[in-house]
Design a protein around this ligand. Structure first.
Ligand code: MFK
Length: 219
């Protein structure tokens, strides 16, 4: 089903909910660089076999860096406004665990609108490991939740996931590009029925059927 995403008159400005908005283009390159380096750091720490002296020295350095960075924290719920490939824009939480621009723990997954819904690609390493060599099932659900939420939001208006049913059809491997898609099937009052899929080399490894419930937008 193709859903017309333009125009989106119901798409609210998060400032109407008292949430600050940062333009994606205004996120400093230095912060993006730091986020990428910390992402790598998390992976390295999770896998390191360094000697105890090196570990202790690294912990002291990180403690110092943490104290220097822990200033002027963003307000909870700070949003980022992103320009999309089709010329529209979306708002997402800036620290979103799946797609947040400033979250070093996020993969991150960047989804773009397509004729059918949304599509993105991401390759996950051992930070997201469940069974040996495989993506954790909870993370598979998280990726699909993000995809169905974004597809629903772009096609209609933002909502919360009321129901997410995941079929794990094949193991989803680490270190392989995952293609993630989602499309709205139908809407019924505030309910939006959405399907999401993860494919590896064209084969579906996981599929989700979700109901998003659109949030009430203040007049
Ligand atoms: C571009 C930005 C993209 C952002 C993507 C983000 C993706 C991530 C999305 C998430 O992770 S959201 C976080 C996880 N979800 C939640 O925390 C939601 C928790 N649940 C709630 O807050 C409420 O239950 C909810 C808002 C979903 C519904 O409460 P409401 O009081 O607003 O609605 P109501 O109970 O009146 O139900 C509205 C309709 O939805 C239906 N409904 C509600 N819960 C349902 C359910 N669990 N299953 C099936 N249908 C459900 C309900 O039957 C009804 O259908 P009808 O229109 O036919 O009467």
């Amino acid at each position: 089903m193709t859903v017309n995403t333009q125009p989106a008159p119901q798409r609210p400005d998060p400032r109407a909910f008292g949430l600050p908005v940062v333009e994606q283009a205004d996120i400093p390159a230095e912060l993006r660089d730091l986020v990428a380096r910390v992402h790598t750091l998390i992976d390295v720490v999770a896998n390191t076999g360094a000697d105890t002296d090196t570990l202790a020295e690294a912990a002291a350095t990180i403690e110092d860096v943490t104290a220097r960075l822990d200033v002027a924290r963003r307000q909870i719920g700070t949003m980022v406004r992103r320009e999309l490939d089709d010329g529209t824009a979306e708002h997402g939480t800036i620290t979103n665990i799946v797609a947040g621009d400033t979250n070093p723990a996020a993969p991150p997954l960047f989804l773009q609108p397509t004729a059918e819904g949304v599509r993105g690609e991401v390759t996950l390493g051992t930070l997201y490991q469940g069974p040996p060599g495989l993506v954790h099932g909870g993370w598979i659900a998280a990726l699909l939740d993000q995809a169905v939420g974004t597809a629903s939001s772009l096609a209609t208006s933002p909502g919360l996931t009321a129901k997410l049913e995941v079929d794990y059809r094949r193991p989803t491997p680490l270190f392989n590009p995952l293609e993630i898609t989602a499309e709205v099937r139908r809407t019924e009052r505030r309910k939006v029925f959405v399907t999401g899929r993860i494919r590896v080399n064209g084969e579906i490894t996981a599929e989700a059927n979700a109901i998003m419930v659109r949030v009430e937008i203040p007049a």
